[in-house]
Design a protein around this ligand. Structure first.
Ligand code: NOJ
Length: 729
């Protein structure tokens, strides 16, 4: 297996630019205040009110004010690239970026998305996503975000935002907050307990604010009975006062419900302005009247505008920013420049390094120049009508490389798995036999004709305004689409060397597949975007060792998960509390099939030694330091003791002292991905911020560190903990 090496990973990383986010709100605010002084109320109203649905090139547009050089602001989806545009990249989805556990790749993806948005004159790219966080495995939009673990999601949010904003575009952290399912998203209430909110759902938004995010989108749903975009506690209270958010809050499209209520709550921009083309504006003239009559203080309108202008200055959009020319969302996105640059590199790196190898019996992978190979399943090829044939990717035809809805982009091209495998097969003199339908009998015939069979299955989901195969957003089932289990069964029954490749928006119950002894390998290929086939072939053929790890738990049974999409009217009491995903399995002692953080490699790693500095915390530290200050560092050595190079995502977990209120058994509070050559050893270091060791005290309304012993663990997954130690606090 000599061909297995780190070369391609290093080659790609070496070309990445180093970016440093330079967040200077003070200067931005002083410029904004100066500009504000030149504006009439009429002009201010035009900045805070969208022009109306489809009135302007972007999904959201504001009115320009020439005398301060302010253009019409262009707000455009979305979280995996620019929606409704041609000649842009369709990056791997958030969940795929999350499963790389690679902060450099995540940051670079953010830079690339920011560069493309800027190239098209977009001021605000509507992403990244950490709401939904993904507490319900069937939630339709979980794949837009990075992980259902708040720590992993929070780091990924911050890195993406820093990347995007360093390229000059304003990021938008969405959907704040409690939008955990699609069904009834416009009416249901998420009744989130305060501690649960702080330790889970709010956590990644707090990291987004800390990273200097320019804008936040309030979600469609209610929290504790009140619509989020009308909720003063959620917007003015938590987001702006507690977290210190200095940017602006925009409504999700149509999530505003009143003129005055939303203004008082802390909404700063209403989108799309009218009610999706009905020409009725809750702000606009109504807001002007409310301000002139004194119902809404002038200071609130000024605050809205100042926030929007400050964010514009923060990322330097007043300096030679391209304007939106010749390009519009509403004409197929044609006419704009080609902004892809060399972004296919980062797209491919994530499509490759986000792949999680779940099973690899007898080292069936990597493939070693097989004489013949059967490729089975409709997921192996690109939709014959073209990768963009379905509007907003609202179908599941051909290989699945993103979910559906507003969080999509047009593929500039899509490398299908079969295409990429065929290219390698040619070099290897491998005969390919294929059956690109999901018909079990046909799959069995193809599989019987080859040494090894690779069967492709998938599972789709998306945003609730499109219905795909009976699902209006949220997933109907945690079983594969198109009777995938039957397809695998028939392939496995006619070929003893069966490899299953799965493209999925989230976890699947794999018990049926694992029960077939011929299934020797399972490759969890996520939602890889345009470079799907290339990233997959890199792993299948061992050009790189797999290094992705699950950003959620794969259970043995549906009912093993704590949370689920709610029926009835969709109201959700969040009764699983803090116990989401692995926290629930740990608490209940449930054995997962593949635990959070799990992923195999073609090599093996050992962990040794654990140093905690300092190992005893001074009593004052719990309150005196900033929440984000590093107060402890933990180091351990990771060694590649296998036969090929590979990267390992080492994970740090902590158990709070027994004096803390009842808390999860262990929580992820650090991770580091390191590339290691054969025999190589590296020290990995985890910087623990005060926040990482605290719980939210609902009475004191602050983060508190409990007294006593913290057990700290470092390992390869949430259940494969290799070294541990004690920190005294
Ligand atoms: C509604 C979606 O929830 C949001 O994510 C998106 O940005 C807007 N529509 C605009 O398309």
């Amino acid at each position: 297996m000599k061909h297995l090496g780190s070369a391609s990973l290093l080659a790609i990383s070496a070309t990445f630019r180093t970016v440093v986010a330079d967040v200077d709100w003070t200067t931005a605010y002083s410029k904004a205040t100066t500009a504000l002084g030149k504006l009439t109320n009429q002009e201010k109203i035009g900045i805070v009110t969208g022009t109306g649905w489809e009135k302007g090139p972007c999904v959201g547009n504001t009115s320009p004010v020439a005398k301060i050089g302010l253009p019409s602001l262009c707000l455009q989806d979305g979280p995996l690239g620019v929606r409704y545009a041609q000649n842009v990249s369709a990056f791997p989805a958030g969940i795929m970026a999350g499963s790389t556990w690679d902060v450099d790749l995540i940051r670079e993806r953010g830079v690339a998305m920011g560069e493309e948005a800027k190239g098209l004159g977009i001021h605000v790219l509507l992403g990244p996503v950490s709401g939904p966080l993904g507490k319900n495995p069937r939630g339709g939009r979980n794949w837009e975000g990075f992980s259902n673990d708040p720590y992993l999601a929070g780091i990924a949010m911050a890195e993406t935002i820093k990347g995007m904003q360093s390229a000059g575009v304003q990021a938008n952290a969405k959907h704040y907050i409690g939008n955990e399912q699609e069904k009834f998203r416009g009416s249901a209430t998420a009744n989130i307990p305060d501690r649960v909110n702080h330790e889970l759902y709010l956590w990644p938004f707090a990291d987004a604010v800390k990273a200097g995010v320019a804008s936040v989108m309030c979600s469609y749903n209610r929290v504790n009975g009140t619509y989020v975009c009308e909720h003063e506690g959620a917007l003015e209270g938590v987001l702006k006062r507690e977290l210190g958010f200095r940017g602006w809050v925009v409504s999700d499209w149509g999530a505003q419900h009143t003129t005055n209520g939303s203004a008082f709550a802390g909404l700063d921009m209403a989108m799309p302005g009218d009610g999706f083309g009905n020409n009725k504006y809750l702000w606009g003239e109504s807001l002007a009247t409310a301000v002139s009559s004194g119902e809404i203080p002038q200071s609130r309108l000024d605050d809205m505008v100042t926030r929007i202008l400050a964010s514009y200055y923060l990322v330097g959009q007043d300096k030679e920013y391209p304007s939106v020319q010749g390009w519009s969302s509403w004409n197929g996105g044609k006419g704009g420049p080609n902004v892809q640059g060399d972004h296919k590199k980062v797209a491919r790196a994530i499509a490759r390094d986000g792949i999680v190898l779940l099973k690899n019996e007898g080292n069936i992978l990597p493939l070693k120049k097989p004489k013949s190979l059967a490729i089975v399943g409709s997921d192996a090829i690109v939709n014959p009508s073209g990768p963009n044939a379905c509007v907003d990717r609202g179908c599941n035809i051909g290989t699945l490389a993103m979910g559906w809805g507003s969080g999509t982009a047009e593929f500039p091209y899509l490398v299908g798995p079969l295409d990429a495998i065929q290219a390698q097969a040619k070099l290897d003199n491998t005969t390919i036999v294929s059956s690109i339908t999901d018909t079990p009998a046909e799959g069995a015939t193809a599989a019987a004709a080859a040494d090894t069979a690779i069967v492709f299955i998938n599972s789709h989901a998306g945003e609730g305004y499109i219905v795909v195969e009976g699902s209006d957003g949220d997933r109907l089932t945690l079983s594969p689409a198109h009777n995938g289990n039957d397809l695998v069964r028939s392939v496995a029954s006619s070929n003893p060397n069966t490899i299953v490749v799965i493209h999925s928006v989230g976890p699947l119950i794999l018990e049926p597949i694992l029960s077939f002894p011929s299934v020797k390998a399972i490759v969890w290929a996520g939602l890889p975007g345009q470079e799907s086939g290339n990233g997959l072939a890199d792993i299948l053929y061992g050009k790189t060792s797999p290094s992705g790890k699950l950003p959620y738990t794969i259970a043995r049974r549906d009912e093993d998960y704590g949370g689920d999409v709610k029926g009835g009217n969709g109201d959700d009491e969040y009764s699983e509390g803090l116990y989401v995903d692995y926290r629930y399995f740990d608490k209940r002692g449930i054995k997962p099939r593949f635990e959070f953080g799990f992923g195999l490699s073609y090599t093996t790693f050992t962990y040794s030694g654990l140093e905690i500095t300092p190992s005893t915390l001074s009593p004052s530290i719990g309150l005196s330091s900033d929440l984000y200050d590093t107060i402890v560092t933990v180091t351990t050595a990771v060694t590649n003791n296998g036969t090929v190079a590979g990267a390992e995502a080492a994970q740090f977990y902590v158990s709070l002292p027994s004096s803390a209120p009842e808390s999860p058994v262990r929580q992820l509070r650090g991770f580091k991905k390191v590339m290691l050559g054969v025999g190589e050893s590296k020290t990995v270091k985890f910087d623990l911020r005060r926040k990482d060791l605290s719980y939210w005290d609902v009475v004191a309304q602050q983060w508190v560190m409990a007294k006593g012993e913290y057990t700290v663990w470092v390992g390869a997954s949430s259940r494969d903990l290799r070294v541990s130690g004690v920190l005294r606090g």
